[in-house]
Design a protein around this ligand. Structure first.
Ligand code: 6PG
Length: 484
């Protein structure tokens, strides 16, 4: 019997579909699942007639593999990953590779890479995006970890990944230790932002313009042919057109309480840790949290009032503005996401390829879009681009969209319709583009109440001053603690 190219542990939906995808591309896959009956069910079910082989123990699984052995975990994040690593280590030999394809936290992946390497093995933590269908027919794959492992995994991953129009795979090496999972985390943060923006556009049309779900489906269908052409706009079009058994839109019957598994939150935490103003994604995470307070909102709706949401005037003109507002806000979100990745690369010493990341996200994943092709082009023009907004194409785009964007946010504020993502994106834009901000006053306040000192515009940077604002108190400053 010829030996298997790769093992997959974990036969939930992603594991099964990845195994079938690898099989389609001519790789021989061995599978294992903690509840072993699932292995037989899979072999007798969707894997029937394929080359996929099953194992009923980890020993058996490892014995089926070519060397260096490639073992991919598609299990629940957290402890199960650590448990399988522990069980696999004694069964593997130096140079063998353990791959984690779940949505693990990048810090866990950093720790695991170090640990697995200390045992003489190699480790990859990889983002896999695209849901069930992506896994089956072409996901976006974002691997990082031990660089020596990459040549052994590359042919399989690049074969099964989604391809863009010129045939390039949506998969490339991201960087050392946790880089792959970090990039997947940022992808998910951006996914939260995109979804929130679409939700806000939907809410403005529903509450403000009084459009029905099928009417809005038509708007999204139109947007999907323009600059916003993307997977999330496309599925929104389809969701809004979907009818329940009684013929009414199903979306209207779904409880408005968002859930989340943590990747968006981690993106925000990382941004706060590094001091990156990732405002839009953080607003998107917190908008989910606010939505989850359904019972409190019900109670508050009886007590707190606001303006009537109905937006009068030309609906078509408002919808045209809305398309620009979503587009401009989206540009801010990606700008902030790229600022975060740049900061992380510095913090963790990763040599990230920003155009390559846009290419990886261009197809296969949940945030795939025409827009990502434009981001790729911006980095092709200037690989050292410090900020997306400063790319000539995007600077022009945001300039063209901003009038409409401001009208939409102003209208939403006037009508009491919450648009946290669109409005925070605009506030970021208006802050980022200003040479001066009110932080001079803030520094004065810090110095007044805590002698925290300040720098002056008429003195070189790095010189700190303290003023005895009240004439009382001593002249001791808190400079010692300032940098902590
Ligand atoms: C993907 C998705 C996926 C994620 C879900 C759910 O890239 O395929 O990002 O990895 O788990 O979108 O995330 P939440 O439950 O946090 O919304």
């Amino acid at each position: 019997m010829s030996q298997a190219d790769i093992a997959i542990i974990g036969l939930a939906v992603m594991g099964q579909n990845l195994a079938l995808n690898m099989n389609d591309h001519g790789f021989k896959v061995a599978v294992f699942n903690r509840t072993v009956s699932k292995v037989d069910e899979f072999l007798a079910g969707s894997a029937k007639g394929t080359q996929i082989v099953g194992a009923h123990s980890l020993q058996e699984l490892v014995g089926l593999l070519k060397k260096p052995r490639r073992v991919m975990l598609m299990v629940q994040v957290g402890q199960p990953v650590d448990d399988f690593i522990e069980q696999l280590i004694p069964l593997l030999e130096p140079g063998d590779i353990i791959i984690d394809g779940g949505n693990s936290n990048y810090q866990d992946t950093m720790r695991r890479t170090k640990y697995v390497e200390s045992k003489g093995l190699l480790y990859i933590g990889t983002g896999v995006s695209g849901g069930e269908e992506g896994a089956r027919y072409g996901p976006s794959i974002m691997p990082g970890g031990s660089p020596a492992a990459w040549p052994h995994v590359k042919p399989i991953f690049q074969a099964i990944a989604a391809k863009v129009a010129d045939g390039s795979p949506c998969c490339d090496w991201v960087g050392e230790n946790g880089a792959g999972h970090y990039i997947k985390m940022v992808h998910n943060g951006i996914e939260y932002g995109d979804m929130q923006l679409i939700g806000e556009a939907y809410f403005l049309m529903r509450e403000g313009l009084g459009l029905s779900a099928p009417e809005m489906s038509k708007v999204f269908a139109k947007w999907n042919k323009g600059k916003l052409d993307s997977y999330l706009i496309q599925i929104t079009r389809d969701i809004l057109a979907y009818k329940d058994e009684d013929g009414k839109p199903l979306v209207d019957k779904i409880l408005d309480m968002a859930e989340q598994k943590g990747t968006g939150k981690w993106t925000g935490i990382s941004a706060l840790d590094m001091g990156i103003p990732l405002t839009m994604i953080v607003e998107a995470v917190l908008a989910r949290s606010l939505s989850a307070l359904k019972d409190e909102r019900i109670a508050a709706s009886q007590v707190l009032s606001g303006p009537k949401p109905k937006i009068a005037g030309d609906k078509r003109a408002f919808i045209a503005d809305l398309e620009h507002a979503v587009y401009a806000s989206k540009l801010i979100s990606y700008t902030q996401g790229y600022m975060l990745m740049r900061a992380a690369a510095k913090e963790y010493n990763w040599n990230l390829n920003y155009g390559g990341i846009a290419l990886m996200w261009r197809g296969g994943c949940i945030i795939r879009s025409v827009f990502l092709g434009k981001i790729k082009e911006a980095f092709d023009r200037n690989p050292d681009l410090s900020n997306l907004l400063l790319d000539p194409f995007f600077a022009k785009e945001i300039q063209a969209a901003q009038g409409a964007w401001r009208r939409v946010v102003a209208k939403a504020v006037q009508k009491g319709i919450p648009v946290p993502a669109m409005s925070s994106a605009l506030a970021f834009y208006d802050g980022y583009r200003r040479e001066s901000l009110p932080a001079n006053l803030l520094q004065a306040q810090r110095d007044y109440f805590g002698a925290h000192t300040y720098q002056r515009i008429d003195k070189p940077r790095g010189q700190y001053f303290h003023t005895n604002w009240t004439g009382r108190g001593g002249s001791v400053t808190s400079t010692v603690w300032k940098k902590n």
